[in-house]
Ligand binder design. Structure first.
Ligand code: SF4
Length: 436
């Protein structure tokens, strides 16, 4: 039997794509190999969102050249955001790669398997629900993005926004729940734009409602939202549908209007603040995370201060912070000089990180002595690990097998990144009602 190895880097979308390709390859009769050197087929699922990610992919491609040299006949595929619609340049640069596939376009690899190994690939793309989903898994519901933020390469690589039919998604979530998944995160680059492009337009709230009816599923999340698509119906769904977790990831990117305009984000700082207020009013206790880029072209000290103030005022539960790095192919790369000195970017990033760390420390401390509901998704170094509905990481010890269980945990210590506690059943306390 032929074997495969998939190497993945990047966002949850890539992780979900790799899981689906794994299902397709298993359906074609291949089995997973432990190492690239032992596989007949190796797939590198790439990311180019930052230069460091792209450098790692180039490093892996170099390593695979040596591996392939020792294993003639091995098939090597490059998949993901590094592959543009026309891969001619990549073919010249990496002639040892047999097949190039854009995100979710698995067919060229399956065709190659048919030709080279005589594998019967008929029907293996019909249902790609992972065979062994994790307790907490991801399901892509909308591919691509129409927005063209000036710093972002994703629309060029993942294409225009295309929503999957609602029935197909609920069927897939149902299958995965039957196979052991307890929590699903509905994924998209702009997940809150879900359904707008369908022949019969839908809203993400419709999908949340439909998915929440899946038996066996305990929790529902969605990622990543864009502020301009966050409808009142979605906000109400977060507050009202039991299975929908009270957590919203809402990238702001900057707290300054001029920078936001240069980023082509289509909202201003006041719109964003109002949106946060609306979400908090509809779903009290909701946790809100964000993404921010510092040192964007032209960003002055005052403009950075505006971002810092927004962060302090909003009190995000989590923030993914990054210093701007130009990505070839984007509008910002072509038109906006990368004029903030590196030291300045590092200094701003450090200031923001320290501020956010103090905020997280404070926000997490509120749970000291409280009891929170944790979905246990992993065991690490002798401890169970899981997340609260508000996406806080919790560690606790227990001898029982609790993987996939919802456990009430009394919090005994907190830090900026996680909470630690003891199962409430072990100490006889009742669960709190507020969101964690
Ligand atoms: S919304 Fe902007 S940042 Fe997000 S994927 Fe689309 S273009 Fe990129």
């Amino acid at each position: 039997m032929n074997s495969f190895y998939i190497w993945t880097i990047g966002c949850q979308m890539n992780k979900a794509d790799s899981e689906r390709l794994e299902t397709a390859l298993e359906q074609a009769g291949l089995h997973a190999a432990a190492r690239p050197a032992e596989a007949d087929v190796v797939v590198l699922n790439s990311c180019v969102v930052r230069q460091s990610a792209e450098d790692k992919v180039v490093g892996a491609l170099g390593m695979m050249k040596a591996v392939k040299g020792r294993r003639p006949g091995q098939a090597l595929a490059l998949m993901g955001c590094m592959v543009p619609p026309n891969a001619k340049g990549l073919k010249e640069r990496f002639p040892h790669v047999d097949v190039f596939m854009q995100p979710q376009r698995f067919a060229p690899l399956l065709d190659l398997l048919g030709e080279r190994f005589g594998v019967d690939v008929e029907g293996c793309l019909s249902s790609l629900a992972p065979n062994r989903p994790a307790v907490s898994s991801y399901v892509p519901v909308i591919h691509g993005c129409d927005l063209m933020c000036s710093f972002c390469i994703i629309p060029f690589r993942r294409g225009r926004q295309v929503s999957r039919p609602m029935e197909e998604i609920t069927r897939e979530v149902g299958l995965m729940a039957e196979r052991g998944m307890k929590e699903v995160t509905l994924l998209g680059q702009t997940v809150d734009a879900y359904g707008h492009d369908l022949p019969e337009p839908r809203d993400l709230a419709d999908l949340l409602e439909a998915t929440s009816r899946v038996e066996g599923l305990k929790r529902l999340r969605f990622l990543t939202s864009h502020p301009i698509f966050m409808s009142d119906r979605i906000i109400r769904a977060v507050g009202e549908i039991d299975k929908v977790c009270e957590h919203v990831n809402l990238p702001v990117q900057s707290g300054d209007d001029a920078v936001l305009a240069n980023m082509r984000r289509r909202y201003d700082e006041r719109d964003y603040r109002r949106l946060i207020d609306r979400i908090r009013a509809a779903a009290p206790g909701v946790s809100i995370s964000t993404d921010i880029i510092v040192g964007f072209p032209g960003e002055t000290d005052e403009q950075f201060e505006s971002t810092l103030n927004l962060v302090k005022d909003t009190g995000f539960d989590k923030a993914h912070l990054a210093a701007y790095s130009p990505r070839p192919g984007t509008y910002a790369y072509r038109r906006l000089p990368d004029d903030v000195p590196k030291e300045k970017k590092v200094e701003r990033l450090k200031t923001l990180e320290e501020t956010q760390k103090a905020i997280q420390e404070r926000r997490n401390r509120r749970f000291l002595g409280e009891t929170v509901e944790v979905l246990v998704d992993e065991r690490k170094k002798g401890k169970w690990q899981g997340r609260t509905r508000g996406d806080r990481l919790v560690f606790f010890e227990d001898a029982a097998d609790l993987l996939g269980e919802l456990v009430d945990v009394r919090i005994e210590s907190t830090g900026p990144w996680s909470l630690q506690g003891t199962p409430a059943a072990a100490i006889g306390v009742r669960k709190r009602e507020a969101t964690a």
